[in-house]
Design a protein around this ligand. Sequence first.
Ligand SMILES: *Cc1c(COP(=O)(O)O)cnc(C)c1O
Length: 389
Amino acid sequence: MSGSLDDFASAKLDELEARTLRRRLVETDRYGAVEVRRDGRTLISFCCNDYLNLSHHPKVIAAAKDATDRYGTGSGASRLVTGNHPLFAELETRLAKLKQAEDCVIFGSGYLANLGIVPSLAGPGDLILADELSHSCLLAGTKLSGAEAHIFRHNDLAHVEALLEAHRGKARHCLILTDGVFSMDGDLAPVVELATLANRYDAWLMTDDAHGIGVVGEGRGSSFVTGVKADVPLQMGTLSKAIGSYGGYLCASKPVVDFIRTRARTLIYSTGLPPASVAAALAALDVIEAEPDYAALPVKKANLFTRALNLPVAQSPIVPLIIGEADATLAASAMLEREGFLVTGIRPPTVPAGTARLRFTFTAAHKDEDIHRLASLVRERVLPRKAAE
Ligand SMILES: *Cc1c(COP(=O)(O)O)cnc(C)c1O
């Protein structure tokens, strides 16, 4: 008998439905670099994180197939048991080199990486400071750690310094967490300045560069936007976005990586990535390293769009257009879908209440003419309503 369980779930769903916050999975056939099919219609997606379209690159697909033929479809166990197939070492070496770090460790996903890394490095008696717009999994890792946590205002260095002044002294260790490229806003963290502050207060800076690798800092990520590596000792990221595959990673010094390999629960107690995913990531890095200009394309495409609409210059392939309320956001998204563009509305709790938005993402393969047509639709049919509110 589970009547109360079903009642609980139904009541929760009704409550979310009433606030336009219920989410639904929509079957989507992503059959091309930017094209998707939904309900029998072809749409151009402006909301995938596959910024370099590498998930559909022939060399990347071939590498995944070869790895499956050679090693099978699954890894069979945790990496610490028998799941550590030979492709892992190759990918870890390549990522460490790209990020100019001594070593690298790969996890099952970016989410799992943060759930494993943060509690391994901080616990009760330690201090964690995190940007308020940090990704959900950095905050989940923080909660799991049991450390004293304070959230700082988005990219507000003075606030970080004030929190360090107030709380650093009594804590054993201190970890500062931020996205490198903010996933729902597309702006960059001030990593150079954060690194200086972190060093001054003996704090450890960790960036989540899920949206940075492959597309900013000549493909090396947010630690490299000035041309030289910022002093970020913990560079975390995912293989699931511009790399076109799946899996998370941490690039850091050798002792830190060795420690994480032996302590992070999400590495120890979760099965290693399938060989195909690791091989695909390796092939994607080959493409990125062979064609450095390719990595710059998504940001260039984003700026075609921002120029057409007089929006602030895009620092990444992500361009948010804040609408405000969830229902107006869904209406704008539905209008774009009728016109042949897939731009999913982003609602709380993914973003703060009152800041529901369209989140446009641009990829290397988007055609300029489609970007212009999308911008016209937004100019004529989304912005006027936004202004009228
Ligand atoms: C997508 C994302 C993650 C999670 O990565 P997955 O590999 O998809 O689990 C972590 N952090 C940020 C900032 C992200 O955007």
